[in-house]
Design a protein around this ligand. Structure first.
Ligand SMILES: Nc1ccn([C@@H]2O[C@H](COP(=O)(O)OP(=O)(O)O)[C@@H](O)[C@H]2O)c(=O)n1
Ligand SMILES: [Ca+2]
Length: 494
């Protein structure tokens, strides 16, 4: 007797073949889609020409997704230009251009050669150049010219060097922190931005009561990802920490004395200042006393409370033509929401271990600072042998200035102080105006929310995989039931 081989009907074979092809296709598509492609990036460079120094930032974003949301990040360790800010090169403009060389070469090494020509390069100057421009416009023009020539000589796509207005500086800092924190795409509540530089300081926040009608100069309007923002922003020129220090020194040398006992410096600290040097800035130039000696000696007395009193004297609270003011007659709406504080807020508060405002309350910060300021200078030097003397000697002043500016100047209270987060980096990018500036100039934040694909990518992959598995099970089931039928048929025949 001959055993019957199990014969499949052509229809079954067809179904199985089609099924297998579909399955292979599905799995292939899912795998290929899922495979991380060797990511291609585009780059952008911004030079922050601040009053104290210049820093170069490289940003990168996936090449295909210029307009995607929140995808631009800082690519390099910030390159710090050696030497002072470009505004210090008034008598040697060429030197300003040359000073940028080392960082520009680093950028050339960092960015793939094939991307360099399309990489936009910007330089933005802030308060140091604002002051130089006020003092000597032709000198600031020469510095800009020298810097432009230098930057234009590299392979990058040079897009200009310019002076930012205080409003822009404040507003782009606000864009940066909110972009990095992912608050812009869905129209979430934004956070305010506090930026402290050497020559100016900025405060920016959205307040529901502010539409600019009371003070149009403080209004920056943005439409980002389909949401409108009326941003309040103000930049106080001469209230960065270095110029604020000069203001306190000017206040103490009005009678042309040769010795100053300064409560913002540590006891046993002493430094000789030249009058001509101290008063060589538009922030205090018109207050230079007549008949002053060449020098004065600053002797520290290390007293936080007296230092705070001294700092208060550089704020003017007497006149305000608006419904409310911060200081110097500047309009400021009621503080709203949380704030991110960066640049020198971070450097100073981090050094003093006061940066974690959720743990260190305003009262605690004052107590700690009181103790810190009262530490004699030789002791402090022993504790911090590696910290540069200039920085170390000024932390008592800077810390006191920050607390005074926030509370007396901007009207933060013990409660609202807790709402301030001190930020160095956010998602790996430095907080500052540069990222917001580049995003704006390259149109990388669309006014309208970008169209989203009907299915988000991860859901798409999951659907493909699940469908594949179900299809496979169905196929197996068909094959199984079919072979059983065949088998029982065969038995019947037998
Ligand atoms: N590690 C650092 C770096 C800068 N700084 C200070 O941070 C400030 C930066 O100001 P900036 O150069 O951006 O000046 P602006 O043009 O923003 O006013 C300066 O007062 C520097 O001395 C600091 O305290 N610690
Ligand atoms: Ca700055």
């Amino acid at each position: 007797m001959k055993e019957a081989s199990p014969g499949y009907r052509p229809v079954t074979i067809f179904v199985v073949v089609i099924g297998v092809i579909a399955l292979v296709a599905l799995v292939t598509v899912a795998v290929v889609q899922n495979k991380p492609l060797t990511q291609k990036y585009k780059y952008g460079i911004v030079l922050d020409a601040g009053s104290s120094h210049t820093a170069l930032y490289i940003y990168k974003w996936p090449a295909e997704k210029d307009n995607n949301t929140g995808r631009v990040t800082q690519a390099n360790e910030t390159c710090k230009v050696k030497g002072p800010g470009i505004s210090s090169y008034a008598s040697n403009p060429q030197g300003a251009g040359e000073s940028l060389r080392a960082c520009m070469l680093e950028a050339k090494k960092f960015i793939p050669a094939s991307r360099q020509e399309e990489t936009p390069l910007y330089l933005g100057a802030t308060a140091g150049m604002r002051l130089l421009n006020m003092e000597n416009a032709s000198a600031s023009d020469s510095v800009f010219k020298a810097v432009e020539e230098a930057l234009d000589s590299y392979t990058f796509s040079y897009r200009g060097a310019r002076l930012l207005t205080g409003l822009e500086e404040g507003a782009f800092g606000w864009v940066t922190v909110n972009y990095l924190d992912g608050r812009l795409t869905q129209g979430q509540k934004t956070i305010g931005a506090l930026d402290l530089g050497g020559a100016s300081t900025q405060i920016s926040f959205v307040s529901p009561n502010f539409d600019g009608s009371e003070s149009p100069n403080n209004l920056m309007m943005f439409r980002l990802y389909g949401n409108d923002y009326n941003l309040y922003s103000h930049s106080f020129l001469c209230y960065g920490k270095d110029q604020a220090l000069r203001q306190t020194l000017a206040h103490q040398t009005q009678s042309g004395q040769s010795i100053v006992n300064d409560p913002c410096f540590h006891s046993k600290y002493s430094k000789v200042w030249e009058y001509s040097n101290l008063y060589d800035t538009p922030c205090v130039a018109d207050r230079k006393p007549d008949n002053s000696p060449t020098n004065f000696t600053l002797n520290g007395s290390g007293n936080f409370q007296q230092c705070q009193q001294l700092i208060k004297s550089i704020f003017n609270f007497t006149q305000c033509k608006y419904s409310r003011c911060s200081f110097n007659g500047v309009f400021q709406p009621e503080l709203q929401g949380s704030f991110g504080a960066f640049s020198a807020y971070y450097y100073v508060l981090d050094f003093l271990n006061l940066a974690d405002t959720s743990r260190v309350s305003l009262e605690k910060a004052k107590d700690k600072l009181k103790e810190y300021c009262a530490t004699p200078w030789p002791e402090l030097q022993k504790q911090h042998p590696k910290t540069k003397e200039k920085y170390l000697s000024e932390y008592c002043f800077s810390g006191t200035y920050i607390l005074t500016l926030l509370t007396e100047g901007y009207n933060f209270t013990a409660d609202t102080y807790k709402e301030i987060t001190v930020i160095g980096k956010m998602q790996g990018s430095d907080a500052g105006w540069t990222l917001g500036y580049m995003l704006n100039l390259t149109n990388m934040i669309p006014a309208e929310a970008p169209d989203r694909p009907p299915i988000a990518y991860p859901s798409y992959v999951s659907i493909m995989v699940i469908t594949g598995i179900v299809l496979g099970i169905v196929l197996l089931f068909i094959v199984y039931t079919h072979s059983r039928t065949q088998c029982s048929n065969t038995q019947k025949i037998v």
